[in-house]
Structures are given as C-alpha cells and as structure tokens.
Ligand binder design. Structure first.
Ligand code: NAD
Ligand code: UD1
Length: 340
C-alpha cells in the first residue's frame, strides 16, 4: 500500500516506518519536526535500506495538506502527529487542543476531499482515565474519561471520528489505543529521544543508567498491588509498530470506526521493570522511593483479545527485550539523536 505517515519521524512513527517497509509498503512521512529530528529518518533508511519520501509540514496547514494529498494517491493514513506530554498539556492547553484537535480536523477534511477514507489513528490508554480495578484488564468497552487536556484531545478525536464514520459509511477508521510503549529497535539505531527531563519511567531509567540523571525516584510503594508499586502494560515499540502493519492489512475490510487496544495483556510493576532493567545492564541503579505522583492509577493493563481477533496481532517481545533494547539505544546514543 502507499501510506501517508503523519508524525513519522517521531518515536513510534520511525519504528513503524521500518516495520511498514519490511512488509513491502511505500511510505511518505509528513512531519514538522516539532518533537523529532530528521536524523530519525536517516536511521530508518540505514535499517530498512530504503528512505521514506519526506514532506516537511504541519497537519494544521490546510494548503500544504491539500497539496500533499493531491500530489499522489495514498491508500491509507497512519496519523501519529500530535503533542503527547500530559504535564505540558495542563500548562499549555490551547496548544494541545489546537495542534491535536484542530490539526486532525484539517487532516480529516482534506482526506475526505481527496477521497481517502482509510485512517489509523494513534489513540491512547489515557482514554480509560483512572480505571476502576473491577474493569481490569481493560476491554475497549470499558468506561472512558479524560484526566487532562492531552487525554481530552484523544477522547474528543475518538468521538469525532466515530461520528464521522457513522455519518459516512465510506470511512474505515481504526482507533489504536496504545498502552505504555517502551524499548527501541534492536539495532540500537532508533529509540525514544525525549526533549528535556523525561516524565515517563523507561526513558528516565535509561538516562539514570547512562549518567545523564543522578537517581531514579519510584513514585510510591504503598499502592494496593503485590509489591506496592504501580502496574502498567508496557509494550515493546517494535511490537507496536507491527500492530500498525497489521492494521494496514485490515483497515479497508473493517467497516466504520473501531477502537482496538494495543497492549501485551501483562501487568508489570515499576519494581519489576526496574529489576528487569538492572538485570539487562548487570548493575543496580541509583534509586529511591518517593511519594506517589498525583493522578497515577494503581494499575492499568489491557485485554488485547480484540487486536488478535480483528488484526491477527499480539505482542512477541517480553520485558527483558524491552529493557535490553532500550539500554542498547541509550548506551549507543547517550544524547539521543543530538550529537554529543
Ligand atoms: P513523538 O512526539 O515522538 O512523535 C510525534 C511526531 O509528530 C513528531 O515527529 C512531531 O514532530 C510530529 N508532529 C507533532 N505535531 C505535528 C504537526 N502539527 N504537524 C506535523 N507533525 C507534527 O510521539 P510518539 O511517542 O511517537 O507518539 C505518536 C502518537 O502516539 C502521538 O499522537 C501520541 O499522542 C500517541 N501516543 C503515544 C504514546 C507514548 O507513550 N509514546 C502513548 C499513547 C499514544
Ligand atoms: C503516562 C501518561 C499517559 C500516557 C502514558 C503512555 C501521565 C499521568 N500519564 O502514563 O497519559 O498514555 O504515559 O505514554 O503522565 N514512575 C516512577 N518514576 C518516574 C516515572 C514514572 O516511579 O520517574 C512510575 C509512575 O508512577 C507509573 C509508572 O512509572 O506508575 C509509569 O509511568 P509513565 O511512564 O509516566 O506512564 P503512565 O503514568 O502509565
């Protein structure tokens, strides 16, 4: 298929480009590099032996999106482009609503004007809000809520696309709800490269391990979980990338708008992830236990059975592989894509 990948230079997008090339697809990346580096696409080319066509631009720029969709015939869009930092969305709500919601509305409108109605959208487990433990593992029909402007953008975009697909049966939309993507390509050439001090657990751990940060703080060990630390569903980014390839194969044959969890189905605690990482690097990390982080759910993990049933996809890589690959990337690229 000829695939347009918005945000294709980002963390998940770059890994998806590699997986999509391996499956024989053609790729155009559309990205404004607001949170990524062109170097990520160089790495895609090194791994895949093929370079995606790059069009630099913003999804909110109607004229540019129109010209892009007029420039060639695409079979599907994988839409990663958007802002994703929860804390920043609280301090910059307008920027999040504008970039994520307005930008996606422009893209959707230009897609239908171009007669292109196969859409694979990056949603998030954040749409489940702070899940009630009785709903674990989370199925796609679990109650939805937003805890912050970032989560609200995902929830609204899901609702907008559901309504558009209900009104026009020509749409085929997959809302992929990612759980906690971690890890890196096994080559060590591509990985997560957050700007500033990371908020998420795995990049924080790898930056402590490489000496960029002094110490890991585990946010609370008094949760009602077996070891007292929070439980999440970590998913290797290469499994997630392959989930998008499976979605490409199926999107045109699935009618309407369908939400699908992309997770492993396994809950892993913070303490377990840290132990697995320490095993991967062969030494203990400097770490301490601190207070709970406000807003954190004790436990959140997926029921991934719909992904298997509809997409024929499930995760293949375990927690040790996630830690090993995250470490390979960080140790080979201590400053991410920036030069030392
Ligand atoms: P990322 O920031 O690495 O990638 C996003 C890409 O989109 C970047 O390359 C950025 O430059 C680009 N971009 C942002 N706004 C744009 C715009 N207006 N026009 C063109 N390009 C734009 O993030 P990621 O981790 O790869 O996440 C990709 C998607 O998946 C996002 O929509 C995110 O909300 C969603 N998601 C991510 C996670 C996660 O933990 N990484 C979890 C759930 C959902
Ligand atoms: C975060 C986002 C969520 C997003 C998800 C996937 C918040 C509140 N939620 O979820 O919207 O969908 O990432 O990208 O930011 N932890 C520590 N020490 C640290 C960092 C984290 O102990 O330095 C713990 C947290 O308390 C949590 C776990 O590690 O229990 C995972 O945290 P994180 O990686 O931030 O992901 P989520 O909170 O699940």
């Amino acid at each position: 298929m000829n695939v347009l990948v918005t945000g294709g230079a980002g963390y998940i997008g770059s890994h998806t480009c590699v997986a999509a090339f391996a499956a024989g697809h053609e790729i155009t990346v559309y990205d404004n590099f607001s949170n990524s580096s062109p170097e990520a696409l160089e790495r895609v080319a090194r791994i895949a032996g093929k370079r995606p066509r790059l069009v630099e631009g913003d999804i909110g720029d109607r004229a540019a999106v129109h010209a892009l969709l007029a420039s060639e015939k695409f079979d599907a869009v994988i839409h990663f482009a958007g802002f994703k930092a929860v804390g920043e969305s609280v301090s910059k709500p307008w920027e999040y609503y504008n970039n994520n919601v307005s930008g996606t509305l422009v893209l959707l409108d230009e897609m239908r004007r171009a007669g292109l109605r196969n859409m694979i959208f990056s949603s998030s487990a954040t749409v489940y809000g702070n899940p009630d433990p009785k709903n674990l593992p989370l199925r796609e029909d679990a109650p939805l809520s937003a805890l912050n402007p970032y989560g609200q953008t995902k929830l609204w975009l899901e609702e907008i696309m559901r309504a558009m697909a209900a009104a026009d049966p020509a749409w085929h939309i997959l809302l992929l709800r990612y759980f906690n993507p971690v890890g890196a390509h096994e080559s060590g050439l591509m990985g997560e490269d957050p700007a500033g001090i990371p908020n998420n657990l795995m990049p924080y751990i790898t930056q402590v391990a490489v000496g960029r940060l002094p110490m890991l703080t585990i946010f609370g060990d008094d949760y009602p979980t077996p070891d007292g630390t929070c439980i999440r569903d970590y998913i290797h980014v290469c499994d997630l990338a392959e989930g998008h390839v499976a979605a490409l194969d199926k999107v045109a044959s699935l009618p309407g708008c369908t939400a699908v969890n992309l997770g492993s189905g396994n809950g892993i605690s913070v303490a377990q992830l840290v132990a697995s990482f320490e095993k991967a690097i062969g030494r203990p990390l400097p770490r301490k236990v601190g207070p709970r982080r406000p807003g954190d759910a004790a436990a959140c993990w997926a029921d991934p059975s719909r992904a298997l049933e509809l997409l024929g996809w499930k995760t293949r890589r375990d927690c040790d592989a996630m830690c090993r690959d995250a470490w390979r990337w960080q140790s080979m690229n201590p400053n991410g894509y920036r030069k030392a």
